[in-house]
Design a protein around this ligand. Structure first.
Ligand SMILES: Nc1ncnc2c1ncn2[C@@H]1O[C@H](COP(=O)(O)OP(=O)(O)O)[C@@H](O)[C@H]1O
Ligand SMILES: [Mg+2]
Length: 473
């Protein structure tokens, strides 16, 4: 047993040693700025991991901005400030924090509009939650994903009927600008039968964000949603983080067994932000100006959505820009390969005020056969065929060159067209219950017997369906 005095001496020595160690660690964990061109800051040291958060400080220790390590080459570290920095000087310090960026997660997020760091943008005070999660995470391992077995009831007839989504599916909404992406996402946010809706608005203008939150989402939609926002004027790092933050919040709800819809508008803008970051750190552009890191990042982001063994599901719905019939867009291409389904919006339909402007024939949900009834699947195929037949012959019909009675299949398609359109068009302020959609589609897809492949026993119901459908037009 040592006397108390001795213990104090030992204690003092230990404290002093600890202080020295800390100081040494701090020096080792700080680098000096040697170059700042464009968005990236280059420093000699410190030894840090990619993705780690650093503090950009003046020589006297004043914080200029937080920054994220985006790459290194030998002892040269590339960081990207979270916010634009003014007054950065040669020799300023890059101090490692050992931390990765985190956001608050949990029920305290619901009803809130937050920035990429999870800080409130809605003036409603701090987010009340004790839990914070790192925004970088591994995608779900492909082999441990449970099969998708349950429909994600979207409340939108054209989708539920003909492009049925599954809980845990990842799907793209491909569209040009002004064709109705935001309206469709708003409809999904209000009507989807999921427990929680997480929305990421990346690279929109301020006005568009306000419009979305106030008009599209409305008070009803907001109650069970959280919106993460990084507008077009924010740094590319914040825009990327916004997508990561929303994905992280969705994962947290999934971990609690909930079914989550993650709506991201848009993946293209996330890719553009990644391109800015990649080019700023000296990566070579490869495909249409996009550096390779973009195409490594996208699957890692999109594959975080999905079903997870023993917990809930995140259904990922991502918008992707495609202008006209541009099939060469590398981001659209990469997304199509990663996602397991796509909903295509067509300007041609929007121009006719056919909303939602979903081009059913160009859209496809890969999981649909596994999650809908055999009757619905058969009806969906019939309706698709009638739309296709009508489309193929549209010109002929419109110039009056077609005489009814010469092609029974086309006759059927023409007769059903008004009912099909009435089914596909929907005022998105109104939800369409899934069971009603299914029943109505089955009626619509029941083909009359005469001359058309099919059987006689469908005759009775087909007549009724036709009358019912036409009555609605
Ligand atoms: N479902 C819809 N119902 C009625 N009008 C729509 C619908 N979708 C789009 N519009 C019209 O098109 C405009 C652009 O839609 P929006 O959703 O903002 O397009 P995007 O987000 O693709 O740019 C809207 O302001 C509205 O006039
Ligand atoms: Mg929009």
């Amino acid at each position: 047993m040592s006397p108390p005095a001795d213990r104090d001496v030992v204690g003092d020595a230990a404290r002093e040693a600890k202080r020295r160690l800390e100081r040494a660690a701090l020096t080792r964990r700080a680098g000096r700025v040697v170059r700042a061109v464009g968005l990236a800051v280059e420093s000699r040291g410190p030894r840090v991991a990619v993705g780690e958060e650093c503090r950009l400080e003046t020589a006297t220790g004043r914080l200029l901005s937080l920054a994220e390590v985006v790459g290194f080459e030998g002892n040269t570290i590339y960081t990207m400030p979270v916010d634009p920095v003014r007054g950065l000087k040669l020799g300023d310090r890059v101090v490692a924090t050992g931390r990765h960026p985190r956001i608050p997660v949990g029920d305290g997020l619901l009803g809130r509009v937050l920035d990429a760091d999870g800080q409130p943008l809605d003036g409603a005070g701090p987010v009340s939650t004790d839990t914070r999660w790192v925004i970088h995470a591994e995608p779900l391992p492909a082999l441990s994903r449970p099969m998708i077995t349950e429909p994600m009831k979207s409340g939108i007839r054209a989708i539920d009927g003909l492009i049925t989504l599954g809980r845990g599916q990842r799907i793209g909404i491909f569209a040009g600008s002004g064709v109705g992406k935001s309206r469709l996402l708003g409809g999904l946010a209000r009507h989807a039968g999921d427990d929680i809706i997480v929305i990421a608005l990346v690279g929109e203008r301020n006005r568009e964000v306000r419009e979305f939150v106030e008009s599209e989402l409305g008070p009803q939609g907001r109650r069970r949603s959280v919106v993460f926002v990084a507008t077009s004027d924010e740094s590319p790092l914040r825009r990327v983080r916004c997508a990561l933050a929303a994905t992280t919040a969705a994962e947290h709800f999934r971990e609690r067994g909930l079914s989550v819809a993650l709506l991201m508008d848009s993946v293209t803008r996330v890719a553009m932000a990644l391109r800015e970051i990649g080019l700023a750190t000296g990566e070579p552009p490869s495909s249409k100006g996009y550096p390779p890191s973009v195409f490594a990042f996208l699957p890692r982001l999109l594959e975080r959505a999905g079903r997870k063994e023993g917990s809930g599901s995140v259904t990922g719905i991502y918008t992707v820009f495609v202008e006209g019939d541009d099939l060469t867009d590398p981001v659209a291409d990469a997304s199509r390969a990663i996602l397991d389904g796509h909903i295509v919006l067509a300007r041609e339909l929007a121009e006719k005020a056919h909303y939602p402007a979903i081009d059913v024939l160009a859209s496809n949900s890969r999981v649909m056969p596994k999650i809908v009834s055999a009757d619905q699947y058969r009806a969906a195929e019939q309706v698709r065929r009638m739309i296709a037949v009508h489309r193929e012959n549209r010109d002929l019909v419109s110039i009056g060159a077609y005489r009814r009675g010469s092609d029974p299949e086309l006759d059927e398609a023409l007769e059903r067209q008004p009912a099909i359109n009435a089914f596909l068009r929907q005022d998105l302020t109104q939800a369409a219950p899934f069971e009603q959609t299914e029943a109505r589609l089955i009626e619509l897809g029941t083909v009359r017997a005469e001359g058309v492949e099919g059987t006689e026993d469908t005759r009775g119901t087909a007549g009724a369906a036709g009358a019912h459908g036409n009555a609605e037009v």
